[in-house]
Design a protein around this ligand. Structure first.
Ligand code: SER
Length: 315
C-alpha cells in the first residue's frame, strides 16, 4: 500500500533506523526524513530529506502540504539527562512539537500520528516491579513530566477530536547504528563501544540499578506494528507499556564478559542515578500483547551478541 510519511527527528537514535525500515517498506520516495540537522550519509542518500524544526508549525505544515503527507512519526525530543539541565527548553521542544502534530491531526491535514512516550512517565511512587499499564505515575523528572503530559494530551485529542494518535512507552533502547544522546539509559549502549575499544567501562549508574531495556529491532517492530493495527483494536490512546528485558549494569557487564573475558566495569554514579532510581525495574505489557499482539524477540544474551557482532563489523 502506498502512503506518504514524514519523520520529525529522523537523525536521532530511533529516527535513523525507523526511516530506513519505513523506506524499505513503503518506498524511499514516500518516506520524508526531517531534522534540524543533517544525518548519516546512509539516511541522507536513501531518500528525500528536509531541514525542519519540529517546533515550527508553519514549516511542518508546508512540508505536509508539499508531499501530501498522511502519517507523521514525531521522534524529536530532549531526553531525560539533558532535560534536567535545560528544563524550559525541554518542555518547549517536547510539548510544542507534540501540539504541532496533534493540531495537524485535528485540522485533518494528516491521518495518523506516532508519538513515543517513555518509562520515564513513572515515578518513585509507582510500583517498581511489573509496573502496570494503569497505576500511580507522578514522574519527578522534567522529561517524565513532559511525557506524562503528552500522554494526557494524546488521549484528549483522540477522544475530543478523533485524532488517530498512537504511542508506546519505550524502555531504554540499545542500538549499534546511531548513538543515543542525553538519556539515562545511554550507558547500555556506551558500554559496548568501550568494551570493544578499551575492555573497560566506568558506569554512571550503580551496579544493581535495574532498568527496563529493549533492542532497537524490537522497538522498530513495535512502532510499525502498532501503526499498522486496526484502530478499533487500540484501547489505550495515552501510551502502551512495552516490555522486552530488564538488567542492571553488573548484569550487562557479565553478559559482555562471556564474549570479552577481560572486560572490567567500575562505577561512579552521578546525577543520572537519581533519575534511574525514580523509574521502574520492570514493566507489565499485557495490554499491548492482548490488543495488537506485541511480543519481543531479543533478550539480554541475544542483544549482547548482536551489538558486539555489528560493532565489530563497523570498525
Ligand atoms: N532512554 C530514555 C532516557 O534515558 C528514556 O526514555 O532518557
Amino acid at each position: 500500500m502506498q502512503k506518504s510519511i514524514l519523520i520529525l527527528g529522523a537523525c536521532g537514535q530511533i529516527g535513523t533506523e525507523l526511516t530506513m525500515v519505513l523506506r524499505d517498506k513503503y518506498g524511499a520516495d514516500n518516506v520524508i526524513a526531517s531534522d534540524i540537522r543533517e544525518g548519516s550519509v546512509n539516511l541522507m542518500q536513501s531518500g528525500p530529506f528536509e531541514l525542519l524544526d519540529a517546533t515550527d508549525y508553519g514549516a511542518i505544515e508546508d512540508v505536509v502540504m508539499h508531499y501530501e503527507i498522511e502519517e507523521i512519526y514525531l521522534m524529536a525530543a530532549m531526553l531525560s539527562a539533558t532535560a534536567e539541565k535545560f528544563p524550559m527548553r525541554a518542555w518547549n521542544l517536547n510539548m510544542t512539537s507534540l501540539f504541532n502534530v496533534l493540531n495537524l491531526g485535528k485540522e485533518r491535514k494528516i491521518d495518523k500520528i506516532f508519538w513515543p512516550s517513555s518509562i520515564a512517565v513513572f515515578g518513585p511512587n509507582s510500583p517498581k516491579v511489573d509496573t502496570p499499564q494503569h497505576t500511580i505515575m507522578e514522574p519527578t523528572t522534567v522529561y517524565g513530566i513532559s511525557k506524562q503530559s503528552g500522554e494526557r494530551w494524546c488521549e484528549y485529542y483522540h477522544k475530543k477530536y478523533g485524532v488517530d494518535v498512537r504511542s508506546v512507552r519505550y524502555p531504554g533502547l540499545i542500538s549499534w547504528k546511531t548513538l543515543p544522546g542525553g538519556g539515562t539509559t545511554d550507558y547500555a549502549v556506551e558500554i559496548f563501544h568501550q568494551a570493544l575499544e578499551e575492555e573497560k567501562y566506568n558506569c554512571f549508574l550503580n551496579a544493581d540499578t535495574k532498568l527496563p531495556m529493549m533492542f532497537m529491532d524490537d522497538a522498530i517492530r513495535a512502532t510499525i506494528g502498532l501503526m499498522q493495527s486496526d484502530p478499533n483494536a487500540i484501547t489505550v490512546r495515552s501510551s502502551y507499556n512495552l516490555r522486552a528485558m530488564s538488567f542492571s549494569p553488573e548484569e550487562i557487564a557479565a553478559s559482555i564478559k562471556t564474549h570479552i573475558p577481560d572486560f572490567k566495569i567500575s562505577y561512579d554514579p552521578d546525577f543520572r542515578q537519581h533519575i534511574a532510581d525514580s523509574w521502574p525495574n520492570s514493566i507489565d505489557d499485557s495490554q499491548a500483547r492482548k490488543d495488537w499482539g506485541w511480543k519481543p524477540e531479543f533478550d539480554l544474551e541475544s542483544t549482547t551478541r548482536e551489538m558486539l557482532r555489528n560493532l565489530r563489523g563497523q570498525n
